[in-house]
Design a protein around this ligand. Sequence first.
Ligand code: COA
Length: 168
Amino acid sequence: MQETFTVRLFKSTDLDQIISINHECLPENYTTFFFMDLYERYPETFIVVEHDGKIVGYIMCRIETGLSSLEKLGNPRKGHVISIAVLPKYRRQGIATALMQEAMKNMVHYKVKECYLEVRASNNEATTLYKKLRLKISRTIREYYMDGEDAHVMSRKLPFEPDSLNET
Ligand code: COA
C-alpha cells in the first residue's frame, strides 16, 4: 500500500463517509446505531484507510464468545469481521489487506483467539483476499443472505503475525 494511505482508528466524524462507502460497495447496510454501537464497544477494531483527507475503506468487527469453528480452541473469544469495503477506485492496492491485518492485530486487545467472517459463496475476490491472510473455509451456511445466497464461514487462529504469511 502506498505511503499516501493512512491506516487509523475510526472517529465518529467519519460516520457519514463510512455509511456512504457501505452503501456503494455492499448490499448489507446498517443503521447509524449499529455502526456507532460497534465503535463504542470495540473501537480498536473499527479501522479506516484515509487518502487525501478522504476515507477510502473501512473494517468493523464485533467481539463474541462462542464455539470455535477451529479444532481444540473450545469456547474462545472470537473477533467477527462484520463489514469490510474499499471504494472501487482504490481497489487492488493492498488496502483491504492492510485493514484486515490491523484489525486482526488489534483483536488481541480483546483477548481474542480466533478471527472469523462470512463471505458470499460467489465473492471470489474477497475469498482470495482472506485465503492470502490464512483464513480457511470452515463451513458453509445455506441461504445465509437475504437474497438466498450461501455464505462461507472463514476463520483463522490469532495472534496474527504478518511474517507468517511468507511461510509456505
Ligand atoms: N480479482 C481478483 N483477486 C482479487 C480482487 C479482484 N477483483 N480483489 C482482491 N483480490 C485478491 C488478490 O489476490 C489481491 O492481491 P493482488 O492484488 O496482489 O493480486 C488480494 O485479494 C488483496 O487485495 P487488496 O488490494 O488488499 O483488496 P482491495 O483493497 O482491493 O479490497 C475487497 C478487496 C473485497 C474488500 C473489495 O473488492 C471490496 O470492497 N469489495 C466489495 C465489498 C466486499 O465484497 N467486501 C467483502 C465482504 S465479505
